[in-house]
Design a protein around this ligand. Structure first.
Ligand code: ARG
Ligand code: ZN
Length: 879
């Protein structure tokens, strides 16, 4: 089985580039089958000890010719191999290298480099796609000024776009072709290169920056979809304004363009001045998009826009520093969404995502540090750890050093490193300087993988009116890291008394300032003296650190906190913690052949929260959402039986539906909106609570409630409600479900993005029939292995969103995923590897499923011709 593996690339082996590139001039003659690219590079030896032989990356390229300083190189002057090109004898001064390459965009199914999506030429270069366009030092620390001339057939591609500002355009007489020249004055690494050509519709607007410059904004979409761009454009303008006010960052080109394409490996890409998006994150109308879609569009438009400063103006020295731009930019988009919507609800949603994806990743074989130290395939490191945990690290930094020093540190970072390719060390040095603090221990967050576990043990001593809190931290072993050092863990806290937050007279012990405990040692003891009564501690307020917290609070304490905590996040968390205990106990009871036990106090507390009219409906909706099956599995941590967890969830939902029926019906009836759909947070919050109520009600299977869900589906005037109704019917296995699915299909048969939702609902349906259904749906005319959105909607949703059925004890779910992914691996390795990460928790499964999952992973690992992406994921999963 030990086949050749791709070489390991290590952070410690970083060396500066031997040659620098000052300017790149490209002339691209677009043709569906054979696009020719002439590239002229002005290069010079790196003054920091560079020069010597020149190595350029190149992949799947036809080299047409090569010239050095005007002289055509003969075959003996250079060496070509499958990963690039070398020129051994180079001048020791600046030189001009001209390269002619040819590629076939229509045959490019990897969706990296130049490809065609629905007839539109587009590019994706991050991380290493530019080498599929021309030979180049394809690394982020080589920054050059690009000028790009594109030409194409005028009818097929009336729109010609590239990075930067438009310079000139015109017809090429007598050929039916035309051209456009774009110039980007900002030096950039080639992963930010982009061009687009095609017959696209445009929605335009303008934005006036803080200093009064007018920027032309354009969103380009497939013709006929222009009326679905309004929300994205609005989100863009709000993002541009927010970055000025929140971070003092102004936009820096005359134009900002966004293009939406339907075949895209990920969410979107921040190419300088020309962001390219998965159309799923641009197109929205009340008829086709849910509230969640609108929120995602807002967040991703913002994310890509914010990259203009955190990623583009200051980029990464090497790919190990990916979190430098991604973690920071996720933090920025989360803050933006919090300012646009409800801050506590945004935080709850972000933490939910973090726990569902990052905590799970951190607990399995694919765990890696926020800044990895080695990789075989960088595309496999665009992970929840780099992105979401990376954002948490920034958030902790801000909590630790305070808002003012954080903002000053950001300003210093922008001032000091603008135009550079930076490292985490460069970044942290700015904050050490503005805060005057030593961030050495803090830096462990970047190098130690795994989710730290914090145990808090409190003891009330009535005789001395004091509360003693003992905090302990540890971090479980992760791949390559058997032993960890203690980290700095910021724990925001409060002591809740019967009348609200209490003020202790004296605090004894290290690391407490105001409402913040800095846990730095493996064990720390704090005593709060002078308290009038026994407090209930509220710890980790706002989820101030990405850790797993265990306390010795009992359910009474937690339910008290759920009602009284002044921190809304912890109110939500307290209820979730009790629900987690209930679900964990319930699944154990079910596995033991017994019956789960109800908990009247939990139900009463949930009812009180649901009924609290003074609480934001969006918050109440979050309270009604139980921990996910993945959360419970992670909490159990070993010998997991996904079917039992699923049964426990069904039981608890049914119990809530029955016990709170009157409350839920009142919510459903009272929250109806008698106004046309608007996607704003307030209206979305009402819909969320109303749909959560309906979903719980129908979990009892009660005929009247199912009928209500059916009416909800039928009468909906927007996608949020229509989809919620459909989901409820399918989940309940209602008789009406098939007819509703058919009606939904008929209504949206020509709308790919909505059809994706239809696929997902069926892939995530409970019951053993689902696997067969998924296989059948793969034969649906709208299904295509070549479209990543479709594949993720059906296969990805089944593998990641249907734990009980994917983890069938007979292993059929694993085999389906294995077969589909290995087939896709031949055309689109990135997509295949991504799908296979659904195996990341296989080791915690009970023995039967574990053996079946292992067998499938081993079968895949033994196949010949696997891509680097897939073999890396599968091998690490098995290690
Ligand atoms: N930088 C893009 C973002 O905004 C994602 C690019 C992902 N590229 C990849 N090859 N996986 O997050
Ligand atoms: Zn990003």
């Amino acid at each position: 089985m030990a086949k050749d593996q791709a070489p390991v690339i290590r952070l410690e082996d970083y060396r500066p580039p031997a040659w620098l590139v000052d300017t790149v001039e490209m002339d691209v003659r677009l043709d569906p089958a054979r696009t020719e690219i002439l590239t002229r590079l002005a290069i010079r030896p790196n003054p920091a000890g560079g020069g010597g032989p020149l190595r350029l990356d190149g992949e799947d390229l036809e080299l047409v010719w090569l010239k050095l300083d005007g002289r055509r190189l003969a075959a003996g002057d250079y060496r070509l191999d499958e990963s690039g090109l070398s020129i051994a004898s180079m001048p020791d001064t600046a030189a001009v290298l001209e390269i002619a390459t040819a590629v076939d965009p229509s045959a490019n199914t990897r969706l990296m480099g130049l490809y065609r999506s629905n007839g539109i030429y587009c590019t994706q270069c991050e991380a290493e796609g530019f080498r599929r366009i021309t030979f180049y030092p394809d690394r982020p620390d080589v920054l050059a000024v690009f000028t790009v001339r594109l030409e194409a057939d005028k009818v097929a591609a009336p729109v010609l776009l590239a990075n930067g500002n438009p310079v000139e355009s015109g017809d090429i007489a007598g050929t039916g072709r035309h051209y456009a020249v774009w110039h980007d004055p900002h030096p950039k690494p080639c992963y930010l290169f982009a061009m687009v050509a095609g017959d696209l519709g445009r929605v335009g607007d303008t934005f006036v920056t803080a200093s009064g410059r007018t920027v032309d904004l354009g969103i380009y979409v497939e013709r006929g979809k222009e009326d679905r761009c309004g929300y994205a454009m609005d989100a863009l303008k709000r993002s541009m304004r927010w970055d000025e006010t929140a971070f003092g960052r102004e936009y820096d080109l005359d134009v900002f363009n966004i293009v939406a394409v339907s075949d895209f490996n990920m969410g979107a890409m921040e190419n300088k001045g020309l962001n390219i998006f998965n159309d799923k994150y641009v197109l929205a109308s009340p008829e086709t998009a849910t509230d969640a879609d609108y929120a995602n569009i807002e967040a991703i438009i913002a994310h890509e826009y914010f990259h203009n400063w955190t990623g583009n103006r200051i980029t990464c020295r090497d790919w190990f520093q990916l979190c430098l731009k991604e973690g920071l930019t996720v933090f920025r988009d989360q803050e933006f969404s919090a300012d646009m919507r409800s801050r506590p609800v945004e935080r709850i949603a972000d933490v939910r995502t973090l726990k569902a994806h990052q905590f799970v990743e951190d607990a399995g074989p694919l765990a890696h540090p926020v800044r990895p130290e080695s990789y075989r395939e960088i595309n496999n490191f665009y992970t929840a750890t780099v992105y979401e945990k990376g954002a948490e690290v920034i958030r902790m930094l801000k909590v630790l050093i305070g808002d003012a020093a954080f903002r000053a540190g950001m300003d210093l970072y922008f001032a000091r490193h603008d135009g550079e390719a930076a490292t985490i060390e460069d970044f942290l040095a700015c904050f050490a300087e503005t805060s005057g603090r030593d961030l050495t221990q803090f830096k462990l967050w970047y190098s130690q993988s795994g989710t730290p576990e914090v145990t808090a043990t409190g003891r009330w001593d009535a005789s001395t009116s004091s509360y003693e809190l003992t905090l302990e931290q540890s971090c479980p072993p992760t791949p390559g890291q058997p032993v960890k050092q203690p980290m700095v863990i910021p724990i925001r806290f409060g002591l809740i008394g019967s009348g609200g937050d209490m003020q202790p007279a004296v605090v004894e012990g290290d690391g407490v300032t105001g409402d913040l405990i800095e846990l730095r040692a493996a064990r720390q003891r704090i005593v709060f003296r002078g308290l009038a009564e026994r407090p209930v501690p509220s710890l980790l307020r706002g989820f101030s650190a990405p850790v797993k917290l265990t306390t010795n609070l009992d359910d009474d304490d937690l339910l008290f906190a759920a009602a009284r905590d002044s921190d809304p996040f912890n109110r939500w968390q307290a209820l979730q913690s009790v629900a987690t205990r209930l679900l964990t106990d319930a699944q154990a009871a079910i596995r033991a052949g017994g019956a789960p036990a109800a908990d009247a106090r939990f139900l009463a507390s949930l009812r009180r929260t649901a009924e609290s009219a003074d609480l934001d409906p969006a918050f109440r909706a979050q309270a009604l959402h139980l921990p996910t099956q993945a959360d419970i599995a992670r909490d159990i941590g070993r010998e997991v039986d996904p079917a039992a967890i699923h049964a426990a969830e069904d039981w608890l939902r049914g119990l809530i539906g029955a016990s709170l029926a009157d409350t839920l019906r009142a919510l459903y009836g009272g929250l109806a909106l008698n106004a046309p759909y608007t996607p704003d947070a307030a209206a979305a919050g009402r819909r969320a609570l109303r749909n959560a109520a309906l979903s719980l009600l129908s979990a009892t299977g009660d005929a009247a409630d199912i009928e209500m869900a059916e009416r909800h589906f039928r009468n909906a005037d927007n996608m949020t409600d229509r989809l919620a109704g459909l989901q409820i019917l399918v989940r309940a296995g209602a008789e009406a479900a098939e007819a509703a699915l058919a009606a939904f299909h008929d209504r949206y048969r020509d709308d790919p993005l909505v059809l994706d939702k239809w696929f997902t609902i069926q892939a995530t349906a409970p019951g053993e029939a689902t696997l067969g259904r998924v296989i059948e749906l793969m034969r649906h005319p709208a299904f295509a292995l070549s479209n990543p959105n479709r594949v993720r909607a059906l296969i990805g949703a089944f593998a990641s969103g249907n734990p009980a059925q994917f983890n069938r004890p007979d292993g059929a779910g694993y085999r389906l995923l294995g077969e589909v992914a290995t087939q896709i691996d031949r055309s689109n390795p990135q997509l295949a590897a991504r799908l296979l990460s659904a195996f990341r928790s296989w080791r915690v499964l009970e023995p039967v499923r574990r053996a079946a999952a292992r067998a499938e992973l081993e079968r895949i690992a033994s196949l010949d011709g696997l891509s680097r992406d897939t073999s890396d994921i599968v091998r690490r999963s098995l290690e």
